[in-house]
Ligand binder design. Sequence first.
Ligand code: RIB
Length: 319
Amino acid sequence: MSPTSSSRPAAPRIVVLGSLNMDLVLRVPHAPAAGETLLGRSFATIPGGKGANQAVSCAREGAQVRMIGCVGDDDHGRALRQALERDGIDTEALRTDAAEPTGTALIMVEDSGQNRIVMIAGANAGVDLDAADLRTRLEGAAFLVTQFETPMAQVERAIALAHEAGCKVLLNPSPVQAIAEPLWPKIDTLVVNEIEARTLSGLGADSPLEAAAAGQAMRARGIARVVVTLGARGAVAVDADGARHHPALVVQAVDTTAAGDTFLGALATALGEGQSFDEAVRLGIRAAALCIQQPGAQPSIPQREAVLRSPLPPDWIPL
Ligand code: RIB
C-alpha cells in the first residue's frame, strides 16, 4: 500500500537548525512605491521564521522534530517557543538570549497574495552550536534541515557535523548567499526557488526547462538531489535519473508566506519515511497549495491528514 494513502510509516526524526521570527504582517492593496503613503487593510503578529515554519511543517506531516535556534527574552520569544511546543516540537535546544530581541520579519502581503519580506535577525544572530550536543541530537535523525537566516558559520558547522554523523542534509539557502565549495558534496537535497537557483547556478530558472538545467548545474557540484520551486508553475525535481517537471495545483492564493517552508517540511518528512523523491515532491506541492489558501505563516501550514484529503496534482513530465 502506498504511504500516501492510508498506511502510516514510522515517524522520521528531523533536526531543524534555523530562525524564529515574529512576523509583523501588513495586508496592503499593493506594495507602496518610494515616497507613497498607502492605507493598509490590516495588521497582525503571526509566528514565523523559515526555521520554525519548516519545523512546524515537518511536525504537522508527522515527523519527530527537534528545533535548534535562539529567541530573545521577550513576549515574542515566549510566544514562538510555545507555538512550537503546541506542535509537539522538542525545544530543549532552543536558547534564550537576554541581550537581543527576538527576530522579526516585516511582511507586506498584497491583494494578489504575493509578499515582500524584510527580516531583522535579532536573537537569531546569537545561534552558537555546541558540537557535542548537536552530534547527540543528530543520532538516528533522517535529516538535518537548515536555511540561511542564522549565521553562516553555524550553518556550515552544522552541515559538516551532520555529514560526519551520517545524517542527510536538506538545505534551503534562503536568503540566498554563496555556498562554500567544500559544502556542496555534504548536502543531500537542495531546495531553491527561481531567484536562489539563478544566483547559485548562474543560469536562468524562469521555465521548467531552464530550472532543469540550473538544477543539473548545481548537482554537478556534488549534491544528490535538487528541487527548484517555481510558484504557480510547480517544481522541477532533479536527481541522477534526470529532471521532471511537477505541475502545481491551480488554487486561489490568499497569502504565499511560508509556502516554500510548507513544501520543504512535507518533502523532508516524506523522504524520511522512505517515499520516493517524486512522491515526496508531489506531497510538498499539495501541502503548499493548502498553505497559500490561508493567511499567515505557521497558522497556514496544514496537517498531513488535510494534505492527504487534498486533490492530487497532475502527473509529472520528464524533461
Ligand atoms: O518563509 C517565510 C518566512 O520568512 C516568514 O515567516 C518570515 O519570518 C521570514 O523568515
